[in-house]
Design a binder for this molecule. Structure first.
Ligand SMILES: Nc1ncnc2c1ncn2[C@@H]1O[C@H](COP(=O)(O)OP(=O)(O)OP(=O)(O)O)[C@@H](O)[C@H]1O
Ligand SMILES: Nc1ncnc2c1ncn2[C@@H]1O[C@H](COP(=O)(O)OP(=O)(O)OP(=O)(O)O)[C@@H](O)[C@H]1O
Ligand SMILES: [Mg+2]
Ligand SMILES: [Mg+2]
Lengths: 256, 256
């Protein structure tokens, strides 16, 4: 049975795309059929997998607005078990065009209904906002994975995000679970990082992944080569952390 | 004459808020009357200056939707020459409510017209998107300051941002200038950082500030105390860099 996971946090720059690309690649390396959906007009997941986003057609925008078969938007990647639905700047139009459409929050859910059956994991990379695109992801998803930078402003936004998830559960998707909170860009030399981790683990307990993603320059270099970290430098601490995360996600899934 | 500067970049986590708070504080330290406008529903500039954003009333949302005098939304801060117009989560409503309003892109410009005259600098902290709130800031502003993290995904978004600025100049604000591109979170130990800086300086030449903001943990610790870096640790490399930036902004202004 497919598991659809939205990777969301309205705070910018916390590692949503880095998590989407590298968790997807790590699940594919574990031979789980995986689909990565880029739902951010910035198209960073698309270029992070080496796809020239300016010229790509069709992409997620055309899927959301109707008129193409979902299968037409699928791209294969350099990893056998990983496919991508790309995005580019045209997606900005969807936020405005969908506002007046019928069941505007459930468009993505409808689009993914058929094709998701061909995969074991579907990951959705969200933009840094709680607008209509992110809401579509939260309605389509079985659970949400929250990347959280070990920094003050990121911590501040977490309460706001949790309230938004409650609202989505109440009105649009009662089954929306929490895949987990993922601590990212952890730098062991910085006190603040340790304080944030201690706070979060005390408050959210087992909702926080055991795996913590370290700050690792390889993770920020890999996208400029259009590769996930495990294809760019598999021995790096960043690539290893995301392989560990994939094992943890698979193990949690089997526990049910 | 007042100078209104929008601090904008749709890429998340590049240092917009850190720049808005610390540049505003540094201009105030140089005894320039300064107003910081928080235009991000996350309200990070508001809490970065020590204001409890959940309970603040009125704030920028009430100003944009009409019904209060602009002066009513002003808050003084711990710095004599710095005032703030705060924001909180309610601002998310403005994006939707303004969509059908008359001259929706020019609301902020109209709100600031009178009060801006009491200041020499008005800085506007923008959310990580190119939606209606950021467009309002670009229409109200004389120029835009672009914080740019020395990383690949941030570099990728710059071309998109420049095109968006062209569109705003063509249709809404022909006088929108570029205050400058500010390189942020520079870590001299990382090759990628140096490569991005070299690329940007070669391409944009004197549109790039001489001042480069280093990665400095003091800048990420200060917001948890509700203080700009110059009040938290004035000897830190982060605080010093923003004081240099303020001098550069003032000098550029005098050159005209
Ligand atoms: N663990 C890490 N170590 C070092 N750099 C990282 C790490 N995770 C992410 N980065 C870098 O930090 C920046 C922000 O990460 P990323 O773009 O993945 O965040 P995001 O939440 O997707 O941002 P946005 O809000 O713009 O969508 C990127 O340049 C990325 O390469
Ligand atoms: N020069 C720096 N050195 C170290 N940390 C920094 C620096 N600049 C910003 N930070 C930290 O990096 C994170 C992102 O910065 P900030 O929140 O200012 O970016 P932003 O562009 O305003 O984000 P958003 O897109 O969510 O509005 C914050 O936790 C901040 O404290
Ligand atoms: Mg992203
Ligand atoms: Mg910000």
């Amino acid at each position: 049975l497919e598991r659809i996971i939205a990777i969301a946090n309205q705070k910018g720059g916390v590692g949503k795309t880095t998590t989407a690309v590298n968790l997807a690649a790590s699940l594919a390396a574990a031979e789980r059929r995986t689909l990565l959906v880029d739902l951010d007009p910035q198209g960073n997941s698309t270029s992070g997998l080496g796809v020239a986003k300016e010229r790509v057609y069709p992409h997620i925008y055309h899927l959301l607005l109707g008129g193409i078969e979902p299968k037409e938007a699928l791209l294969s990647t350099s990893l056998p078990y990983l496919d991508l639905i790309p995005a580019n700047l045209e997606l900005i139009g969807a936020e405005v065009e969908l506002v007046s459409a019928a069941s505007r929050e459930a468009r993505l859910k409808a689009c993914l209904a058929e094709i998701a059956k061909d995969y074991q994991y579907v990951l959705i990379d969200c933009p840094p906002s709680l607008g209509l695109l992110t809401i579509n992801a939260l309605v389509a998803a079985h659970s949400v994975l929250i990347p959280l930078q070990c920094e003050y402003y990121a911590l501040e936004g977490l309460a706001q995000l949790m309230r938004a998830l409650q609202r989505v559960r109440r009105t649009l998707n009662p089954d929306l679970g929490l895949e987990g909170i993922l601590l990212t860009m952890h730098d062991p030399r910085i006190n603040l990082s340790h304080q944030v981790i201690a706070d979060i683990r005390a408050h959210f307990r087992d909702q926080v992944f055991q795996t913590v993603i370290p700050r690792n320059v390889r993770l920020s270099e890999a996208p400029s080569f259009g590769k996930p970290a495990l294809l760019y430098d598999i021995k790096s601490t960043g690539a290893e952390a995301y392989l560990r995360l994939a094992r943890e996600v698979i193990a949690n899934d089997q526990k049910g």
